[in-house]
Design a protein around this ligand. Sequence first.
Ligand code: GLN
Ligand code: ZN
Length: 784
Amino acid sequence: PSSSLFPSPATNRLARFHFRLRTMASHIVGYPRMGPKRELKFSLESFWDGKSSAEELQKVAADLRSSIWKQMADAGIKYIPSNTFSYYDQVLDTTAMVGAVPPRYGWNGGEIGFDVYFSMARGNASVPAKEMTKWFDTNYHYIVPELGPDVKFSYASHKAVNEFKEAKALGIESIPVLVGPVSYLLLSKPAKGIEKSFSLLSLVENILPVYKEVVAELKSAGASWIQFDEPTLVMDLESHKLQAFTHAYSELESSLSGLNVVIETYFADVPVEAYKTLIALKGVTGFGFDLVRGTRTLDLIKSGFPSGKHLFAGVVDGRNIWANDLAASLNTLQALEGIVGKEKIVVSTSCSLLHTAVDLVYETKLDKEIKSWLAFAAQKVDEVNALANALSGQKDEAFFSANAAAHASRKSSPRVTNEAVQKAAAALMGSDHRRATNVSARLDAQRKKLNLPILPTTTLGSFPQTMELRKVRREYKARKISEDEYVKAIEEEINKVVKLQEELDIDVLVHGEPERNDMVEYFGEQLSGFAFTVNGWVQSYGSRCVKPPIIYGDVSRPEAMTVFWSSMAQSMTSRPMKGMLTGPVTILNWSFVRNDQPRFETCYQIALAIKNEVEDLEKAGINVIQIDEAALREGLPLRKSEQAFYLDWAVHSFRITNCGVKDTSQIHTHMCYSNFNDIIRSIIDMDADVISIENSRSDEKLLSVFREGVKYGAGIGPGVYDIHSPRIPSTEEIADRVNKMLAVLESNILWVNPDCGLKTRKYGEVKPALSNMVAAAKLLRTQL
Ligand code: GLN
Ligand code: ZN
């Protein structure tokens, strides 16, 4: 039975919230959904496993929403968002709202319930899930709408209205948040079978009637404000796309009359042309800007802001965990107030707080001083409120001075600054670092040294992580087993993995990474300048969360991190053993980074630490070293004008790690994506000897990239089978795949390896799959 996505409002519950005169203009763009202890995650997973009912899930969700609303109301926030909760994703919620369900999910009309909704999100027994992609440059992933000319939009989920009513029943006048119609279309893709050239924006006429219905219902439910999130406005949009905004909002104007409307932008500043379009939109009363990442936003506003409109000034960072510099923000706000007027300025967050951790209160293990420097979502709500109060002349002196003291301590703390590291990193800038010999000469030297066959086989690092393995690590961490016992257990595991690879006759071995739970955390824990939270989770997609380390200080490497295990593994075999490291850019992009120095400075510091590790591995006799850069693409700035600079320092950081090794030492890198047509020049410029990449779904695209590869002549290992699936590929299938690659690539640069690490697979899958992979390579060698 399909239960409605949203329970009817709890009208029977009395509004028990304590009221305060809320005259200060404060606003929160959006709030994390998972709960301070990931309550929603556990409730969702239990529901999906059939262990609890839809009602139980709805109850957990309703409790989370009401506690969030109550917290914001108690803090004194004036514009409290509703409909920023989601059971999976706000873009999928919008798809449900407009009834754009692809036919394969078997929806027969009516209000969309959990069954159809979660089928789209996660797939079901007969249909796979819809595609998911990254939400701008965050680590959040949204479910991509699939639209074609025949899509019949209809109002099919009343979630936004229900949530508004639910808040109202609790005594909260909320501001309902919708993904704006134009961004929704721009974030969609043409449905299967529809030509790529299909104009998604041609659907604007068809989708607006649903938005009008939603708006009308919100109005009659008593809404006085409504928020449309239109973050695509920060991208480099062509003028016809900008015109779609003008068109859509003038179409909506009459429906919106009587309502206050704020258009939210975030993640960057709005380009000048888009700014002009935005502030001229009809029917709109306020505009929200990211004043943290939008470095030029201030100038834009100074250059002209429409009189009588509200400015939602996003000064509190929704993407990071640092306490706001309240004094500096207050200055900014006062300057803005001078432009837009006292009545029209609203203090806000830079974007939804979805992208930061939930509540610092639950960090019981964090060092006290470091903790005083931080603010998670709950604390950011208080910051927004304190700023709004201060702006209206009711400054909470104690709050401001505690904040100033924390900032002073962060600035002067010896645990933040390491002068030697700063000097070394500063010395790197402006000069180039690369290996002295070109890649083809290096490959020749390496061929002699390593004596590998043509089409060499290897894997990407991790082997299956069994329950026992996780238990051993956990017990060692909790000091339940001794260091000796731990080393012995890991040594046994490595030995098992080495023997298995020898039996399989793989050419370049790995140790299997049994000592690591996470490829960033493992290094962060051994580097100085990193701190770790207990509950600092951030939603990545659906119920999945990540817990990024916090880089708070200059990064250095007190001692070797991987040499012990790698040389142990090398001693077990006469075949080359790959040293396995995470690259600086990936460590940076998967952490909460410092905001008191540019990202590139932090990255150079990490690069120096990894460089030391690379050189220690080389000294210890490790001749092949893989430096993973899984997240290099992820850090690419949204705006084209900023991309070259990022790629320049990111690639430079990678080269720094290995510019000092001998020609005979072979540097590999691995990336978990293959769609890098647009950054291929930079990939080449990384100057690795061998690159392995994911290649499960996009052969075609990849081949065009490979043509470039031929030119630069480095080794390349496109994944020959998909490790994300339990399916075991046959020898024939793999051979066929490699043959296709050989059609465009020279055989002497091609490597044969899976798509990615094998951590999440079972031995029952890994053994036959790798055995078939080696068989395919051997078969092809005889044919070359
Ligand atoms: N070496 C890592 C592993 O095999 C690579 C994983 C990744 O790039 N995500 O687990
Ligand atoms: Zn990978």
